[in-house]
Design a protein. Structure first.
Length: 167
């Protein structure tokens, strides 16, 4: 487990003229934000939060009082300390735990490191970047975060089934 802050949402734009913002949620809906009142190391204090009915949320922060200030927040990630999140069950992970981990194949070959975790609707997908070698540029490949493709992982590394790591 790392001590890095965990991103729960991002501001996608202003909503109305009173400083409300639209949020893109990265957790399990509005419920994942409700336990938290303070974001980004205390720089944003949540006053109001509601579901927007489209998979996102509308929020009001004490520090943001008009549309101009809300528009300046566009693209801002809303983070909380890792310690403020509930413990994970066996087999669960936060994306931040996987990003940056070295990846090795089941045959022991060093593959590179995880640079992103995406979810296009059918489950999480890891993006692994191979380092530049033998005059070849860095290369990337994607692996589904499923047991047959990633048989094990820890806070130290990802083990990827060799068949999924071929170029």
């Amino acid at each position: 487990m790392r001590d890095a802050p965990v991103t729960l949402a991002a501001v996608s734009g202003a909503h109305g003229v009173t400083g409300d913002v639209r949020l893109k949620l990265f957790g399990e809906g509005v419920a994942s934000l409700k336990p938290h009142r303070s974001f980004n190391g205390g720089s944003l204090t949540l006053e109001k939060l509601k579901d927007d009915g489209k998979g996102g949320a509308i929020a009001r922060f004490a520090e943001i009082t008009d549309r101009t200030a809300a528009e300046k927040l566009r693209g801002t990630a809303l983070t909380v300390p890792r310690a403020s999140l509930p413990p994970l069950a066996e087999g669960e992970y936060y994306y931040t735990d996987l990003i940056g981990l070295p990846a090795v194949s089941t045959t022991g070959e060093a593959l590179g490191s995880c640079i992103a975790v995406e979810n296009f609707g059918a489950g999480d997908v890891l993006e692994i970047e191979r380092p530049a070698a033998d005059g070849k540029p860095k290369r990337r490949f994607m692996v589904p975060m499923r047991l047959e493709a990633v048989p094990e992982w820890s806070g130290e590394c990802l083990v990827i089934e060799a068949g999924y790591a071929q170029d």
